[in-house]
Design a protein around this ligand. Structure first.
Ligand SMILES: Cc1cc2nc3c(=O)[nH]c(=O)nc-3n(C[C@H](O)[C@H](O)[C@H](O)COP(=O)(O)OP(=O)(O)OC[C@H]3O[C@@H](n4cnc5c(N)ncnc54)[C@H](O)[C@@H]3O)c2cc1C
Ligand code: SF4
Length: 562
């Protein structure tokens, strides 16, 4: 039961402090609203950052993957959850989810720190275009978003200027240019790949537009190329909500950060059909507490926000809050990325040193299938891009011994790898629901996730492997190896779509401002609202839409609609 001392009144309660929650807190508090960030995780601090700490200072020298996997069997499947960072992630046993036995799904990147996934994200920041927002009009599958590029473009500008994105302008309609900081230089492999792939295949290879600074902004220093951003950054040179948007919000004096607060449900006033606040469980004391406010904004990451809505059912909303359409929980999407290739560029070998820079940003190959002026590609709908990175390693396999061997070892081996990131079509039968049989350690019912591949994804993955080989060959790479593996269990860090936006309240959960059709003072500002999940990485769009939706929320408050 809630404790009697807990009710506190705010204008807006924001659940989560990651990419979307940080921006919502900043935008609303800087405009003068009293907000609280209700965050399941612990506070983050520069003292936790270990990007300069060598492995030999760690207890297990970063070599005991099985020890990390003990409490993090799912989270550690992606190497950003490691001996340095494991405490930032959920304990998979304490906070489980379930799947059908034949549909395994790796729900990774479940952070429990201020900043959420932005602590460890890959930082690739790409705009969507109308080729994405209006994809159904182009190829007839699914539904268009209820917004267009013109609606979001001014917000992309705001977010990019603040976040700081290193990038190169390319003039592509389907991958619009943004407000870039000067580009980080390309490596030799990347330069050769970019030039030859353009010349021979006409495809655009560009610097992966990335939230890493090359110029100082707002007291944050430019990147000094140390490499492991996922372990934090004491110069604050990549974008992490924990040291950007959230401190900005706190600085206003209008924002309170309530840490270790695991939100269970949205509380409703049945008389007005308005949310009146939140019920959360204090992770430390395990006590339930209530908070009240004029509006609630869910920014807890797609599955977590949807879980809160599904757990918030009432007599008036029996199938979960804001679910009169029956669409809540359905149309789950997450990128496929199991096709790609790698090769070597021996002619670029040079004398290697231990003190070289570690560029934290690679390249991006812009989508080249099913574009505006091309005939539809016969094998699948929509498209994919590639992220790529080069590596330069000592030649430990050099033959010989003595001085000659020492010299050969210093000759670097230059390799290059690209991995496809493909759009998954939204389908009703990829969905999440509450598992009536299982609760987490806070007593909150968990999600059951149902996701499987469709023939469109299978054909796309095969094409990722084939095209990777074609491009590496065009670039003159040697020892080319390509792969196209089944995508199950899903690589899930870019999930979207389970509380989809739409113009029609009968088929969607949110309107074009991420406001639930059913309860006017509840907004969901993470990727749950994405009507589709284009192949570009989602977070720049998540943040830009959050800012736009906050402006709408404030407008409605001004006009007494909320
Ligand atoms: C390893 C990795 C690499 C990635 N690379 C990229 C990339 O290159 N480009 C890109 O665009 N995206 C990338 N992403 C995805 C990106 O990080 C997310 O899209 C983005 O952070 C999502 O923002 P969000 O606000 O929805 O959620 P998050 O940033 O995850 O924040 C959610 C917050 O909500 C809190 N929370 C959850 N449940 C509750 C609850 N019940 N009560 C209270 N608080 C709760 C969490 O603790 C968390 O702090 C990557 C993600 C990972 C993990
Ligand atoms: S590579 Fe750059 S952004 Fe990443 S941790 Fe090092 S200094 Fe920070």
């Amino acid at each position: 039961m809630p404790t009697p001392d807990s009710p506190t009144n705010f204008d807006v309660l924001i659940v989560g402090s990651g990419a979307s929650g940080g921006w919502a807190a900043k935008r609303l508090s800087e405009a003068g609203l009293n907000v609280a960030i209700v965050e399941a995780g612990r506070p983050q601090s520069d003292e936790n950052f270990t990007e300069h700490k060598p492995a030999f200072e760690l207890k297990y020298r970063a070599m005991a993957d099985s020890i990390v996997a003990k409490n993090h069997p799912i989270q550690s499947k992606f190497d950003v959850c490691n001996e340095y960072t494991q405490d930032w992630f959920v304990n998979d046993h304490d906070e489980p989810y379930t799947t059908p036995a034949d549909k395994t799904f790796n729900w990774m990147g479940r952070l429990r720190m201020t900043g959420g996934r932005t602590n460890v994200w890959g930082r690739v920041s790409l705009r969507f275009s109308d080729w994405d927002f209006k994809s159904a009009s182009h190829d007839g599958y699914g539904e268009d978003w209820p917004i267009s590029y013109a609606d979001v473009a001014p917000y992309y500008d705001i977010v990019e200027k603040y976040v700081g994105i290193t990038g190169m302008a390319e003039g592509l309609e389907h991958l619009p240019d943004g407000q870039f900081q000067p580009p980080m230089p390309l490596t030799c492999q990347e330069t050769v790949f970019r030039e030859k792939v353009k010349a021979k295949l006409g495809r655009t290879v560009t610097l992966a537009r990335s939230a890493n600074l090359t110029r100082p902004i707002n007291g944050r220093g430019p990147c000094h190329y140390c490499g492991p951003c996922e372990r934090g950054c004491i110069t604050h040179s990549y974008f992490n909500s924990a040291f950007t948007t959230v401190p900005d919000a706190l600085k206003t004096g209008k924002c309170k950060l309530i840490s270790n607060a695991m939100v269970h449900r949205v509380l409703m006033d049945p008389a007005t059909n308005r949310a009146r606040g939140l019920l959360y469980v204090d992770r430390v004391t395990k006590q339930s507490r209530e908070l009240t406010a004029r509006a609630v904004v869910l920014c807890a990451q797609s599955q977590e926000s949807t879980r809160i809505l599904l757990n918030s059912g009432t007599r008036e909303h029996p199938n979960g809050l804001a679910n009169s359409s029956g669409a809540l929980g359905h149309y789950l999407t997450a990128h496929v990325r199991s096709g790609g290739g790698r090769g070597e560029f021996p002619e670029l070998s040079h004398k290697k040193s231990l003190a070289g820079p570690n560029k934290p940003v690679g390249i991006y190959v812009a989508r080249f299938r099913n574009l505006k002026n091309d005939p539809p590609y016969k094998k699948f709908l929509r498209g994919y891009g590639y992220e790529g990175e080069s590596a330069s390693s000592f030649n430990f396999r050099a033959p010989g011994f003595g001085n000659a061997f020492k010299q050969s070892v210093l000759q670097s081996r230059e390799s290059f790898e690209i991995t496809g990131f493909g759009e998954v079509l939204p389908r009703f039968d990829n969905f999440v629901e509450i598992d009536a049989e299982k609760k987490d350690i806070f007593g909150i019912p968990v999600l059951k996730i149902h996701m499987s591949d469709h023939e469109n994804e299978i054909a796309m993955i095969k094409d990722m492997g084939d095209s990777a080989g074609e491009m590496l060959e065009a670039a003159g790479a040697k020892n080319i190896r390509t792969y196209a593996n089944p995508s199950a269990p899903r690589w899930a860090l870019h999930e979207a779509g389970i509380a989809r936006m739409g113009a029609n309240p009968k088929t969607s959960v949110l309107n074009g401002f991420q406001q639930t059709h059913d309860v006017k003072n509840v907004f969901v500002m993470d990727a749950s609202g994405f009507t589709t999940n284009p192949c570009q990485n989602p977070t720049l769009t998540i943040m830009s839409l959050a800012v736009r939706s906050c402006d709408r929320l404030m407008d409605e408050m001004k006009h007494q609609n909320l």
